[in-house]
Design a protein around this ligand. Structure first.
Ligand code: CO
Length: 296
């Protein structure tokens, strides 16, 4: 059955709790990026652990890529707006992430992979979001799915907003991914100047937007390009209503908080320090990931 666009009823909007600018940094073998969510916001934005944005037309900023590195205990969601990135992991899986596509990877008990640019010039732009796993799933079998741009459900509102539903449900349209426990909502929204957009957000969810083109207005406060707005947790608000001051593009991300302890050491995110020591030992001693039941 095909879902049909059906405007969510949103009479009360969440407001802005705080505006956040990212921090310019580099990761991998020297890829320049902006870290928008880092450790100080992990508790507030539970279940989200990290958000990196990358955008450059200078190959020197991205060519070095992300050579072999491990992950354990969470999921990575890589959304490629422009460019080509090849993924390879220790289980022999390989995929090409390209224009408008998403890679959803559940690291579970362990993945060792590389994420390397497959282009020598031109624009590379996208986001990598880290989504936590509940304690009972942190040691699950690794899994991943490459989602081509054409397989991401999209809808257009009466006011001309184009919305890609990567995960969750918005205005009657189910996204490409649904996850238990964290129940993520992940939308990429393109708005014409002057348009108003509304979507429901589950009341229990922590939520934020990140504007990557233009400016939007939420309840009289401007959210400018390259800013994240953490949205209030207002039990009387059914969702979010925003207005595009000029033509704008943004991501809206929301998820159900896990409420569990978060202990991070680099690419390992567990619940206790002992589990971190175990992850380091498993990685060093080659027990990290046999990959046997990694499935596409
Ligand atoms: Co990685």
């Amino acid at each position: 059955m095909q879902d049909q666009f059906k405007q969510d009823s949103v009479t009360g909007s969440r407001g802005i709790e705080r505006l956040v600018s990212g921090i310019a940094t580099s990761d991998g073998a020297g890829v320049k990026l902006t870290r928008i969510i880092a450790q100080p916001l992990q508790k507030r934005l539970d279940p989200f652990l990290m958000l990196d944005a990358f955008r450059s037309d200078n190959a020197d900023d991205y060519l070095a890529g992300f050579p072999d590195h491990p992950h354990r205990g969470f999921e990575t969601v890589t959304y490629m707006l422009a460019g080509w990135m090849r993924h390879r992991d220790n289980a022999g899986n390989e995929g090409l992430l390209q224009n408008g596509g998403v890679q959803w990877m559940t690291a579970g008990r362990g993945v060792i992979h590389s994420e390397m640019p497959e282009q020598e010039d031109g624009v590379m732009e996208g986001f990598q979001l880290w989504l936590n796993l509940p304690s009972h799933s942190k040691m699950c079998s690794p899994w991943y799915r490459d989602i081509a741009a054409a397989d991401i459900p999209e809808y257009v509102t009466e006011q001309g907003a184009t919305v890609r539903v990567i995960a969750g449900m918005s205005n009657g349209i189910a996204g490409a991914m649904a996850r238990k426990d964290t129940e993520p909502l992940y939308l990429d929204i393109a708005l014409p100047a002057g348009s108003v957009f509304a979507t429901a957000i589950p009341a229990t969810h922590n939520a934020f937007i990140h504007v990557y083109r233009g400016t939007v207005d939420i309840d009289g406060t401007a959210v400018d390009e390259k800013r994240m707005a953490i949205l209030t947790n207002d039990p009387t608000a059914e969702g979010l209503i925003l207005t595009a001051t000029v033509a704008a593009r943004l991501i809206l991300v929301a998820g159900n908080p896990l409420g569990e302890p978060i202990v991070q050491y680099g690419p390992f995110v567990m619940n206790t320090q002992d589990q971190i020591y175990q992850a380091i030992a498993d990685f060093r001693e080659g027990r990290f990931a046999d990959g046997k039941d990694t499935a596409k």
